[in-house]
Design a protein around this ligand. Structure first.
Ligand code: BEZ
Length: 211
């Protein structure tokens, strides 16, 4: 069954390029991103893994662990990783799950038979410290994901987990945010000492509170 926002991220044990992993244990008490790749030794996937590896420090800074999955074996992933190093100019620095039996792909509904009946789509799941799924994204095999967008939404999720705010269209870290309509003006004055700008009763902007 499809995984929906707010569901608990299914736990699993799997072999990876960094040894056996129990998913929830691997995530610990931080955030996590599980993302699927249709197949080893394919061009778009090679660029994506390099792209995420290059930005790993930014995920570390956000207390967020990365883990990829592809329906090939760990042995195949290990042969592929030298191509990633060579062509993307970076070493792979997070685990890739070997999922030949589609255990993880099925658990997370990553195979969409009307797109392809054996390969996964490009799924992304962002998981909060309470193991609840906070974001799902699905891209086709032909479109590589955008690491900036994934970091942007992670920043938004982490911010709204701490403060009663949401983030407007095209928001980026450092820009003004929207105060939750559930917060009264009187409470907003206390909670947001930098002040707020009221455009409508339901649309109030305040400077990003953790900056
Ligand atoms: C790719 O990563 O380029 C790819 C993977 C599977 C199917 C098509 C393209």
């Amino acid at each position: 069954m499809a995984i929906r926002l707010g569901d608990e991220a299914p736990d699993f044990s799997a072999d990876t390029t960094e040894g056996p992993v129990k998913f929830h244990e691997y995530l610990g008490d931080g955030w996590g991103i599980l993302f699927s790749h249709p197949k080893d030794f394919t061009p778009v996937c090679t660029t994506e893994l390099g792209g995420f590896a290059k930005r790993k420090a930014e995920f570390d800074k956000r207390n967020t662990k990365l883990i990829a999955v592809s329906v090939d074996s760990v042995e195949s992933h290990n042969r592929w990783r030298s191509d990633i190093d060579e062509t993307q100019g970076t070493a792979l620095n997070f685990p890739i799950i070997g999922d030949e039996d589609h255990k993880v792909a099925d658990l997370y509904d990553m195979i969409h038979p009307n797109a392809n009946d054996t390969l996964t789509v490009r799924s992304v799941f962002i998981i909060a410290p309470d193991k609840k799924v906070k974001l799902t994204l699905t891209y086709p095999a032909s479109t590589g994901r955008n690491v900036d967008e994934i970091i942007r939404v992670l920043d938004s999720l982490q911010l709204s987990a701490k403060f009663p705010v949401s983030t407007p269209v095209d928001w980026k870290d450092g820009e003004d945010v929207i105060i939750s309509p559930a917060v009264s003006d009187a409470d907003a004055k206390e909670k947001f000492p930098k002040g707020f700008r009221k455009v409508k009763d339901y649309l109030r902007y305040t400077p990003q509170p953790n900056k």
